[in-house]
Write a protein that binds this ligand. Sequence first.
Ligand code: ADP
Ligand code: MG
Length: 689
Amino acid sequence: MTTKPAPTTLKKMGLDSPMALALHLPSRYEDETELFTIAEALHQGRFSPTQTQGAVIRNQVLFRPRRQMLVTIEDDTATLQLRFLNFYPSQQKQMAVGSQIRVRGEVREGFQGAEMVHPTVRAVAVDAPLPISLTPVYPASAGVSQAAIRKAVTQGLRDPSLQDSLAEFLPKKLMTQLLPSHDWPSLHSAIAYLHQPPADADTQALLERTHPAWRRVQFEELLAQQISLKRAHAIRQERHAPSFAKLAQKESSLEAGLLKALPFQLTGAQDRVYLEIGSDLSRSFPMNRLLQGDVGSGKTVVAALAAARVLDHGYQAAVMAPTEILAEQHYLKMKEWFEPLGVRIAWLSGGLKAKEKRLAQEMIESGHAQLIIGTHALIQENVHFSKLGLAVIDEQHRFGVRQRLEIQQRLGSELFYCHQLMMSATPIPRTLAMTYYADLDVSVIDELPPGRKPITTKVVKASRRDEVISGLQSWLAKGLQAYWVCPLIEESEVLQLQTAVESFEQLTQALPEFTVGLVHGRLKAEEKAAVMAAFKANEIQLLVATTVIEVGVDVPNAALMVIEHAERFGYAQIHQLRGRVGRGSADSVCILMYAEPLSMAAKERLQTLREVSDGFVIAERDLSLRGPGELLGAKQSGDAMLRFVDLQRDAWLIELAQQAAERLLAEHADLVERHLERWLGSRADFLKA
Ligand code: ADP
Ligand code: MG
């Protein structure tokens, strides 16, 4: 066994400086501060690990039933057998007959009596002293031993540079005013404590990360995050963006024209967010606003009105969506609204032929195209806007982190900064809004357009499939339409397609008097569009689909949705999917079919979905289940930003950190830079994504 630090592997783990090592905090501890006789260990070590010591009196390597090493140790009180199923020659040597070893593990009943399987082993002198602090167990990656990390961390903690990099920045006055009731250690001692807690430390609090030493570290981390978000906000306000006030001669403006041509009245909520966005647009610094609203709440028309304002001023507006289907849906809607008003629209996606792409790029660059709709193809290098005034980004959290960084870089690299409107149907819980999105203004559409009926959700066993199909038949007989959604099979697109085809065939047979259609991800865009058009025209009554219909479908006469293997879908997906129904005047139904056995988590999920229709509540459940990273589609960046803070557990700290950040920025600007460098270093960039 090697105990030498492996510099390259440690480096790969990011442990390349004393500060990085100091902040590599243990995930748990082992108590090696107590030593028991073998007799005591045999007695009490059954359920939790215990430590004992003895001389090796036998060491055998057996080959049956498989290669393994059996070692027996002995002290004055008893003997104990140790079993190793994998072992190195170095361990054989370490545990040769006659050596004194200290072992730690759980005792269990083997075939030949009590034994420890794979205890941790140390060679020691008979009277070797016990450690006085708990032994840290560090997060590690393959190929790095705990011993190597421990050694590196211990060395790192001794490095004189830490005096400076862990120096106390936070003014005492600020701390005592903000946190009068908390007796937190200084940062330096908090970190030292976490690496080597004394034997009598509150291990429960350490493990749960609620110990004052942890609190101190979490607070500092949140503080860094709050400062950097607040700074981003200040920087944005100093930037320049073209200001777009509402035009005075209303009659001739696109904005007024669009509003007049709409076949419906804006809801109160739409009116309100439209005003908020309008007032952002009329300022001379870039808007950075998130428009939140449940599925079907009518975000698109608000975005279209904002775009119309920008076009009125002779600037371009772009609408970008994370998938072709979603982008295409926007394109069709925008065409319907804007073409009658004489607006020139360009479409750009990865799926275009090279020649069409070039044409679109030329239209964008020359300024001929006023409104540009597409996927992230819009931010590729060969796309140059002539005069971009507004970028609308739909479902922005579904873009990858890299793509989001690219979007930010592109939008800020033009001569001026353009206004940005993000849209999302996934509500962001308050804790997240305060941390990840502190530099974002949020508008919420909390009202659905009139006439929407609540959706009744039913949960049904897959064994009742025949009943579901006969129910479907009477539904269709009433002249209504329906969706049949096939399961998501993440491992295999082919398999997913296959099950969709099977269901399609079965349903075609079972429902001969109706036309059944099939739409899936493998179809070409035109083929998909043709099926969707036929469904919209009621030439198809039942649409069998994979999750491609998650977004972008709007057929009011289709008010029934059956979701097969609903247990394989997440909260957000089902919520988005069922948002496709409930758009017309008929009572809407969503049937969640599940196959058994059902995991506890899936059971709870389906139950919640049946009882709750509020997207905010569902998002909160989702958050507690999956953590913020996944919810925001920021798996990578989320980890990088908050390593020690758990937004659920530590929510109460966020507000304190926010207040501290404000005061620090106002009163101690000199400390801010050092604090950020300490905590974020090169990761600060991710905050912008
Ligand atoms: P989402 O917020 O999910 O993106 P959409 O913008 O796609 O929702 O709107 C859903 C449907 O509701 C669309 O067909 C849209 O034209 C329609 N809609 C939007 N606003 C209203 C309104 N105020 N009254 C009636 N229908 C509306
Ligand atoms: Mg939408």
